[in-house]
Structures are given as C-alpha cells and as structure tokens.
Ligand binder design. Structure first.
Ligand code: SAH
Length: 349
C-alpha cells in the first residue's frame, strides 16, 4: 500500500464534508480488518504512581501541582492488579506512572519479574524518560514493551510544552524510542491532537514520523485542557492553522494512522472515551483502532491519576470496566483478542 503524501494527509486532516469523511472511515476500517483482523486486544492499565518530577505544561500530574494528593502503589498492590488483569482475561498489563524516581529501578525490575513468573502476561512499561541502564535492567527482567509518546513532532512546540527535567537537558523522545527498540523492546508512541500552537502541518508530519519509526503501537488522543496547568489556562487558540482539540480531529488522526501504519496496534484511547462517554471507544474501534486499555488500577487511586479532568472510567472498579467493555465490543460485533496481541508476532506469522 502506498503511504499517503503530505498533501493528501493535509487534505484529509482539514476535510469537513460528511460523505467524503465516510470514505475515510470505511477505508480505515477495511485496512484494519485486512491487516490486524477483527479481534480487539485488551491491555490492563495499572497506574502505579502519580508522583512526577517533570513540569509538562499539559499534564495534571506535573510536580508543581501541589493541590494533587500523591500516591505510589506497593509492589504487592501492583501484583494483585496484575492478577486481576488475568482474571478479566487480559493478555497484557501496562504499568504507567509519572516520572517517579520513588519507584526505584530495582523495585520495578522486581515487580516485572514477579508478574512474569506468576502469569503469562506481556508487560508494557510507560514510566517516562528513565535512563538507558534502567531500561536495560527492566528488559532483562522480562518487560516486553515500552510506551513513550513523542506528543508532537514539532520540536519547538515540544520543547515549550515539555520543559527540561531535573537533569537540565531537553528531551529527545524520538531518539529515546530508537534506543528502546535497540534494547529489544516493542515500542509504542503517539501524540496529542489539538495542542495549542500545533498546526495541521505538524499533525501530517506526526503521521509521517509514525511510519518512519515503524512503531508497534500508536496511541492518539485529543488534548484535553486541565485548568490547573499552564496550558489549560491558555485560551483556545483559534486560527486557520490550528487543529481543534476535538473528537473528530482525533478520529481523523486514528484513521490516517491506520492507513499509514496498517500493521500497528492502535488503541481507542481513554481520552477519546472522555470526550464522548457514550460512544468514543466504539468510534475509535470502527475507524482504525484495534486495542483498548481498560483500567485495572485499584479504585481508591483512580481519581488521583488526573492527567486531565473528567477522565473516563474513574468511578468503576476493574470488574465493572471489564464487564462494560465486553458489552461494548459485543454490540459492535468485535471479538476479544486472545493471547498477548503482539504487533511483532503479526509481522512473522
Ligand atoms: N509519565 C509518562 C506517562 C504520561 S501519561 C510519560 O510521560 O510517558 C500518558 C499520556 O497522557 C501522555 O503521554 C500524554 O500524551 C497524555 N496526556 C497527558 N496530559 C494530557 C492532556 N491534558 N490531554 C490529553 N492527553 C494528555
């Protein structure tokens, strides 16, 4: 399949005509079925800590948000959540957190080893910008995948929204993704759509970057302003070049990602569900996505992992999420995937 040109991508990103958009949705759905099938793989998301040392201006976990009560799960709690994931029939757990040195590298390695020896789960880590030595340690402990969104391929915008960390260096997540792949992880990344100051050109370039990086998993969500963050206080920038931070924009990105990266695992994200509680997950799955990441974080911590306000699924526990999701999948005629749902396995088999 020929990848779309930047001109074609731009035209689709700006498309408003309903009937032409129907063609985009149908094509994304067809390509999804042809390359990754109907099965929807479920990844249990465990939000293991909301401590963070960074000051990302979009994120509600940023260190300067003193109003937020912080929590760090214990290793035993993480293990219990992983067992819940097995009970609900999920093939993968994703351990996600702010950038939290309080979870020491050895402790992470230990919890990964415990999960791998007690279950058949694939383990994905999403713990931010830790050191290559730590990434290697966790890979050796058995972690299979690493998720690190590059957020936007516009370098200037990225540096504005993602200031230097405690080491005083600007981050280069694209280089980090290459390094993670070299260490042996399957790599996942993604962006937010509708960041103030972002342009349609930037989004087209994001799509091209997904293809160049040959990502195994690509997550896209709308930017959702958090009122207690610097970017959440910026009045929405309206202009001809500014893509809106809405559901339609995020769905166009999902559909175009499927056309650019036909074999990738693409989640229908919580951010999409947050903008449209009734149907967001389903629309993502019908317009290119093939993965859902149901939350298995203990209920008492969920509301505190507040990267943006109004996050979907924070009032339910893991069992309710599993039940709700299975109903939603059945209603759109999509079977639950069995096994780990690895993108690399799709390449070889
Ligand atoms: N500390 C980890 C995990 C961050 S949370 C890391 O930096 O990789 C996971 C994702 O949530 C982020 O990569 C970002 O794309 C998304 N996110 C954060 N704040 C958001 C917001 N206000 N609106 C939409 N998505 C947001």
């Amino acid at each position: 399949m020929q990848p779309l040109t930047q001109q074609e991508l731009l035209a689709w990103l700006k498309e408003t005509d309903e009937s032409r958009l129907q063609r985009l949705w149908a094509e994304a759905d067809r390509v999804r079925r042809e390359y990754v099938g109907d099965a929807v793989h479920l990844r249990g998301l465990i939000e293991i800590s909301n401590f963070c040392v960074r000051r990302c201006v979009y994120c509600g976990l940023r260190v300067e948000r003193s109003a937020l009560a912080r929590y760090r799960m214990t290793s035993d709690e993480v293990l219990a959540s992983a067992h819940d994931a097995v009970k609900f029939g999920y093939g993968t757990v994703v351990l996600q957190a702010g950038e939290d040195p309080g979870w020491r590298a050895e402790e992470i390695a230990d919890v990964v080893r415990r999960i791998k020896s007690a279950t058949a789960l694939a383990v994905t880590l999403s713990l931010g910008e830790r050191s290559p030595d730590e990434w290697r340690l966790w890979r050796a402990a058995g972690a299979d995948r690493y998720l690190l969104r590059f957020e936007t391929s516009n370098r200037k915008l990225y540096d504005l929204i993602h200031p230097v960390g405690p080491n005083g260096k600007l981050s280069d997540r694209i280089a980090m993704l290459r390094e993670l792949r070299a260490i042996g992880y399957e790599i996942g990344s993604g962006v937010m759509a509708g960041i103030p100051g972002q342009t349609y050109d930037d989004l087209a370039h994001d799509l091209e970057t997904f293809r160049e990086l040959d990502l195994d998993m690509i997550g896209i969500g709308p930017f959702i302003p958090h009122p207690d963050t610097p970017l959440g206080k910026v009045a929405a920038v309206a202009g001809p070049d500014q893509p809106p931070a809405d559901e339609l924009m995020a769905l166009k990105m999902v559909a175009l990602t499927r056309l650019m990266c036909p074999r990738a695992n693409i989640p229908s994200t919580t951010a999409l569900a947050t903008l449209n509680l009734a149907q967001g997950r389903e629309l993502g799955l019908q317009r290119g996505a093939n993965i859902v990441m149901p939350n298995v974080t203990p209920l008492k911590y969920r509301a505190l992992y507040e990267i943006y306000p109004g996050k979907a699924c924070i009032q339910e526990d893991g069992a309710q999420c599993s039940f709700c999701l299975r109903g939603r999948l059945a209603a759109i005629g999509r079977p639950v995937g069995q096994g780990r749902g690895s993108a690399r396995a799709v390449h070889v088999s």
